[in-house]
Design a protein around this ligand. Structure first.
Ligand SMILES: [Zn+2]
Ligand SMILES: [Zn+2]
Length: 165
């Protein structure tokens, strides 16, 4: 029998599964918000409800970013608002590092820890999270081995760009 995954591995695996529902052609991102080891909400990146998806309308690129989509973390937080589920004191599992807008939303959503399995080139997001004292933990797939906190892992990845997702 395979070893049971840790809680971090379990929620990250779910975030990876959630990402497969993404409708963006650029990047598939999944997020899971958890409190007390229970899933509160999930989200993946895609266009707002009822609006054309990247899959049919193509990505809408501005400065290299697809602006058609809400981000996975945003959709996970919005799902809390939609169903009246509070996010205060929760933890976020995301397949990628949050961008700076998502990082700011994470702060104000009361999320206390962020676990990611892949990076995203947004240095200011790192500054936002660290200034807000929100730990950011890198748990890379597919082996899901725990590693050093992101700042160390990010430096390693810069030296070894082929390891990027
Ligand atoms: Zn897109
Ligand atoms: Zn974002």
């Amino acid at each position: 029998m395979a070893e049971r995954p840790s809680w971090d591995e379990y929620f990250m695996q779910i975030a990876l599964d959630v990402a497969t529902r993404s409708t963006c052609l650029r990047r598939q991102v999944g997020a899971v918000i958890v409190r007390d080891r229970r899933i509160l909400t999930t989200g993946y990146n895609g266009a707002p409800m009822g609006l054309p998806h990247c899959l049919t309308a193509g990505c809408h690129l501005v400065n290299g970013h697809c602006i058609r989509c809400l981000h996975a973390e945003q959709n996970a937080i919005i799902q809390g608002a939609y169903f009246g589920v509070g996010t205060s004191g929760s933890q976020l599992y995301c397949t990628h590092q949050p961008c700076n807008m998502c990082a700011k939303m994470i702060v104000n959503a009361g999320i206390t820890k962020v676990v990611i399995s892949g990076e995203y080139p947004d240095e200011f997001a790192l500054e936002v999270l660290s200034t807000a004292n929100i730990p950011l933990v890198l748990l890379p797939p597919p082996t899901l081995q725990r590693t050093e906190p992101l700042m160390t892992a990010a430096a390693e990845s810069r030296e070894n760009p082929s390891s990027r997702p």
